[in-house]
Design a protein. Structure first.
Length: 385
C-alpha cells in the first residue's frame, strides 16, 4: 500500500466519560482527519466520544455495549454490530484502546477469518495477567501495539504474553498552539482568583484522586508556607477526593492558600495562571497530557519519577524530577524555584521547546500512522502462504 494514501481507520474505545484515554482518542481523531484519513470512532451510546467525533469531522458508530465480564448477550450484541460494520467499512486498521473493545474486536476479526489488521494502544501501567487467553489475544490475534511510554514498553516486552518485536513507544501529543504562553489569559484568571504578580502560584491539573498525588503537594506546601507567605496552590480538576483534600489542606494549615477550581473547560487559559506546574503522581500515569500542556504553556514543572513522567523532562532543565510518593524532595524542588524565581522563565522556555521538538499533535499522529503501516506489514506477512 502507498504510504501516502489515506487510510480507513476504525478507532474503538469503551469509555463514556472524559479522561486521558478519551483525550488520546479525541486528539488522534482530530489530527488523522486533518491529515486526510477516513476515521470512524466506535463507542457506547451517550459517550463523550460521540461529540468528539463530530468535532473532529469523523464518523461515529455509537452502538456498542462493551460490557464487563462474561455477559453473553452483551458480547453477542457487540460482535454482531461490529461484524456488520466491518463488512461495509472494510478498514485498513482497527485501533483498540482497552480490554473490552480489544476482546470484542479480536474475537470478531477471528470469527471473520482475520481479514483486518488489529492494533492496540496501551495507556497505563497496569500489569497484564500471564494466561493462555491473554497470550492468544496479544501474540496471535493482535498484530501490533503502541505503548505510550518507554518504561511500560520495556516492562511489557519482558512478559511472555507479548511479542516484543510488535511493540513500539509513541508518547501522547498535545496542541502546542492552544497552550502557548498567553499573558492576557494569565492576568484575567489570576485577577479572578485574587492573585497578584507578587504571588507564586503552584498548580496541579488532574482528577482529584489518589493516583495524582495532590496530598504530597499539600504536605510540601505546609513545610514551606511560613518561609514563603506568598506561595499559593491551585488545583484544577474534580474528583472523589475533593472533600478529603479540602479537609487535609485545612488541617495542615494551608487551606487559606489553596484554591480548588473544579473542572474547567478553558484549560489553556487556566494553566496560564500557574508559575510552577506539579505532577506528583503515584499510579497509572504514563504519558501525561497535563504535564506536557504545562510545558507547552512555558511553565517549569516538578514531576514524580513514576511511569513515563521522567521521559518527558530532564531533571534540572525543564524542571525537577522527584521520587514518587515523597514530600521532602518535592518541597526541596519547589523551594529551589521559590528561591530563584528567575529560573522559572528559563525552565519554562526549555519545556516549551521540548514539547515542540517531541510532543506535538503532529509528531503524535505521524508516528501513529507509521505504526499503522508497520502493523499492516505484520498482518500481510502473517497471512502470506
Amino acid at each position: 500500500m502507498n504510504p501516502n494514501e489515506p487510510l480507513r481507520i476504525f478507532i474503538l474505545d469503551a469509555h463514556s466519560r472524559g479522561g486521558g484515554q478519551v483525550s488520546y482518542v479525541t486528539r488522534l481523531a482530530v489530527r488523522l482527519t486533518a491529515m486526510g484519513h477516513h476515521v470512524t470512532i466506535g463507542c457506547r451510546p451517550g459517550s463523550v466520544l460521540v461529540q468528539a467525533a463530530e468535532e473532529a469531522g469523523a464518523d461515529c458508530l455509537d452502538v456498542f455495549r462493551f460490557v464487563r465480564g462474561l455477559r453473553l448477550r452483551g458480547w453477542l450484541h457487540d460482535l454482531r454490530q461490529l461484524k456488520r460494520f466491518l463488512q461495509s467499512f472494510q478498514p485498513d486498521i482497527i485501533h483498540v484502546n482497552g480490554s473490552q473493545d480489544h476482546w470484542i474486536a479480536a474475537l470478531c476479526n477471528r470469527w471473520m477469518g482475520m481479514p483486518h489488521t488489529l492494533l492496540r494502544s496501551r495507556h497505563n501501567t497496569y500489569r497484564v495477567k500471564n494466561s493462555l487467553p491473554n497470550r492468544l489475544l496479544n501474540r496471535r490475534w493482535t498484530q501490533y501495539q503502541i505503548v505510550v511510554c518507554e518504561a511500560v514498553r520495556q516492562t511489557l516486552a519482558a512478559q511472555p504474553i507479548f511479542n516484543a518485536d510488535a511493540l513500539c513507544t509513541i508518547h501522547n501529543g498535545v496542541d502546542a498552539e492552544r497552550f502557548q504562553p498567553n499573558p492576557e489569559a494569565r492576568e484575567r484568571i489570576r485577577g479572578t482568583l485574587g492573585y497578584t504578580e507578587a504571588h507564586t502560584v503552584c498548580g496541579i491539573v488532574g482528577r482529584l484522586v489518589k493516583a495524582k498525588g495532590h496530598t504530597y503537594l499539600l504536605q510540601a506546601a505546609a513545610q514551606l508556607h511560613d518561609r514563603y507567605p506568598n506561595l499559593r496552590l491551585l488545583f484544577v480538576g474534580e474528583g472523589v477526593l475533593r472533600d478529603a483534600l479540602e479537609q487535609e489542606a485545612a488541617t495542615l494549615g494551608v487551606g487559606e492558600i489553596t484554591h480548588f477550581a473544579g473542572f474547567q473547560n478553558d484549560m489553556p487559559d487556566w494553566v496560564q495562571a500557574f508559575d510552577i506546574g506539579v505532577q506528583p503522581s503515584i499510579d497509572c500515569d504514563t504519558s501525561s497530557f497535563s504535564l506536557k500542556e504545562l510545558m507547552a504553556a512555558g511553565k517549569p514543572v516538578i514531576a514524580s519519577d513514576y511511569g513515563g513522567l521522567r521521559e518527558i523532562l530532564d531533571d534540572g532543565v525543564e524542571g525537577y524530577i522527584v521520587p514518587a510518593g515523597t514530600v521532602t524532595p518535592l518541597a526541596e524542588a519547589l523551594e529551589k524555584l521559590l528561591q530563584a524565581p528567575e529560573r522559572c522563565p528559563e525552565m519554562g522556555a526549555s519545556g516549551r521547546a521540548r514539547v515542540l521538538r517531541a510532543f506535538t499533535l503532529e509528531h503524535f499522529a505521524e508516528a501513529t500512522v507509521q505504526a499503522y503501516h508497520d502493523a499492516m506489514a505484520v498482518h500481510r506477512e502473517s497471512a502470506a502462504p
